[in-house]
Design a protein around this ligand. Structure first.
Ligand SMILES: Cc1cc2nc3c(=O)[nH]c(=O)nc-3n(C[C@H](O)[C@H](O)[C@H](O)COP(=O)(O)O)c2cc1C
Length: 346
């Protein structure tokens, strides 16, 4: 595939993703917090900082992987990086594969480090890249972590996608053993199962972003790019972010679990944290913010988001992210069925 075609694909992903609408009801609605009338803390007591593995972040919210690899997406990365710098959010770039193939593309990713020299930045590549390329991807951005995305459904619906996956797990193992920053194995909106988490744990993975169904949908995006648009029936493939977090309960003490996928409101973030996520990523909402409201609008959005999270945590009597594990919650019959059939412990 030519570099021009790759650039075009990147732009198509952004265009189609921006046009996607979220379902009016999400799995986050299937979990409710129990309201208690008399909080023992004030809003100003709440501290949003989170710590996990090698990371101490002032906010559990992060800008998840999206762009780079074309002129347009360079501009988006530049804007997102300014938002990250002004709000203290960690930020991931989209797959750096384009820059690993063609160094002329590197500036579309490196702009993120230039704009935000002291920020926490995650680089990103696919689980199939050779180990030396994974190392290069980290070096390119002086990144604090490397996200390795696993996206089999996307590849299979993508007309020009990958059809070989049998080498992934050995490759993940080799990358985790070689790269000298934390490696986060990340889904792209299809969620994870406890079986996947076990497989990853056994090859040394200690950081995972379960990125579940419910938001940006890469079956739909790639189906849109097919001539016949004939794979829409796979649209509901995968576990939601809530289901994935339930799947992760047996691994929350041994791995750092991050959540993303369809997280849209401060309440969704707080619910993810209460289900055991150590940090929570959003992608499309940040894309829409910077493209529709500019950098200043996006900064205001993040600041308001943080204030709302503090108010929700006050209602839950949770001074810290850690304290959210004690929040009283009630799950829908749907989720209970999932827990029962999947033999999960809460
Ligand atoms: C335009 C766009 C491009 C994306 N590109 C990547 C990518 O290169 N690598 C990756 O790991 N995830 C990529 N993702 C997936 C997101 O990181 C995330 O897992 C997914 O969008 C679900 O989150 P959301 O519902 O908040 O958008 C992309 C998402 C969008 C919207």
């Amino acid at each position: 595939m030519s570099d021009l075609k790759r650039e075009q694909r990147k732009n198509e992903h952004v265009e189609i993703a921006m046009a996607q609408q979220d379902q009016p009801v999400s799995d986050f609605d299937k979990i409710r917090f129990v309201h208690h009338s008399i909080p023992s803390i004030d809003v100003e007591d709440v501290d949003l900082a989170t710590h996990f593995g090698d990371f101490k972040l002032s906010s559990p919210l992060y800008i998840n992987a999206m762009t780079g690899g074309s002129e347009w997406t360079k501009q988006i990365n530049e804007k997102l990086a300014r938002v990250a710098r002004e709000t203290g959010l960690a930020m991931a770039v989209g797959s750096t594969h384009a820059a690993l193939r063609n160094p002329d593309m590197a500036p579309s990713f490196q702009v993120v480090r230039e704009v935000n020299p002291d920020g926490v930045i995650f680089s990103n590549v696919g689980a199939d890249v050779p180990v030396d390329k994974a190392v290069e991807s980290v070096r390119m951005l002086d990144a604090q972590a490397l996200q390795l995305h696993v996206n089999a459904p996307q590849e299979l619906v993508m007309p020009e996608g990958n059809r070989t996956f049998s080498t992934w797990i050995e490759n993940v193992k080799a990358i985790v053993e070689t790269v000298d920053v934390p490696v986060i194995i990340k889904e792209v909106g299809f969620g994870m199962s406890k079986e996947t988490l076990k497989q990853l744990y056994e090859v040394g993975v200690r950081y995972v972003d379960v990125s579940g169904r419910g938001g940006t949908n890469f079956v739909d995006i790639e189906n849109e790019r097919r001539d016949l648009k004939d794979m829409s029936y796979l649209s509901n493939w995968g576990q939601s972010t809530v289901e994935s977090l339930l799947e992760s309960t047996g691994y929350q003490n041994s791995m750092n679990i991050l959540a993303s996928g369809g997280v849209r409101t401060p309440l969704d973030v707080v619910k993810s944290l209460a289900l055991g996520a150590r940090a929570v990523g959003m992608s499309r909402p940040f894309l829409n913010q910077v493209e529709e409201h500019g950098v200043d609008g996006a900064i205001e959005y993040v600041n308001a988001f943080h204030q709302h999270m503090k108010k929700i945590m006050t209602m839950l009597d949770a001074r810290t992210v850690d304290a959210l594990s004690h929040a009283d919650k009630v799950l829908s019959p749907d989720l209970l069925t999932w827990i029962e059939q999947r033999d999960l412990k809460l």
